[in-house]
Design a protein around this ligand. Structure first.
Ligand code: NI
Length: 180
């Protein structure tokens, strides 16, 4: 298992559709999942999709422990999703900040369904289903989009809310300094 290079926005491969997994419990699949975990943990992300490490397969990992990141609202349970399908469980969506390991240093406000059902397979090919809401639902939608070649800026409604983290922070600091 090893930390892999993460492809950045601009690489053609990130815009391609990934192939479903047809053979489960193979050494290659176990290796891919181990690499995804290792790479995600090395970068402090909440999720990572196989195409981001250059593999056009429908595999994502999700996981985020809020105890290490108290500024964030929810934890995301550590989950491997193979051939995932998402079904919205509500018409409601909200718009919140997102970042992406393929678009380092930037963030944007992205609308996402607040609640989705996830149907997927585990590494042994066993199907499972679970409902996700809030940050968990958001991360699942973001990562599954990668499998269809969709990056979060393509989902944004207002590009005024897209920019560099440090630039947003400069404005926030200036605002705080201006307060009496
Ligand atoms: Ni991403």
């Amino acid at each position: 298992m090893s930390v892999q290079k993460i492809l950045k926005m601009g690489r053609q491969l990130l815009l391609e559709e990934s192939e479903p997994i047809t053979e489960f419990d193979t050494p290659e699949l176990h290796q891919l999942i181990a690499d995804l975990w290792e790479t995600m943990k090395a970068t402090d992300g909440a999720g990572l999709a196989a195409p981001q490490i250059g593999v056009l397969k429908r595999v994502v990992v999700l996981g985020y422990d809020k105890d290490y990141h108290p500024e964030n609202m929810d934890s995301v349970p550590a989950t491997v999703l193979i051939n995932p399908q998402l079904t919205p469980l509500t018409d409601e969506f909200d718009e919140r900040w997102e970042g992406c390991l393929s678009i380092p240093g930037m963030r944007g406000a992205v609308p996402r369904y607040t609640k989705v059902r996830i149907d997927a397979f585990d590494v042994f090919g066993k199907p499972f289903s679970r409902d996700a809401e809030g940050f968990y639902a958001r991360v699942a939608q973001h990562e599954c989009d990668h499998l269809d070649g969709i990056l979060y800026p393509m989902r944004m409604l207002d590009l005024d809310c897209f920019g560099f983290n440090d630039a947003f922070e400069e404005d926030e600091q200036a605002e705080r300094a201006a307060q009496p």
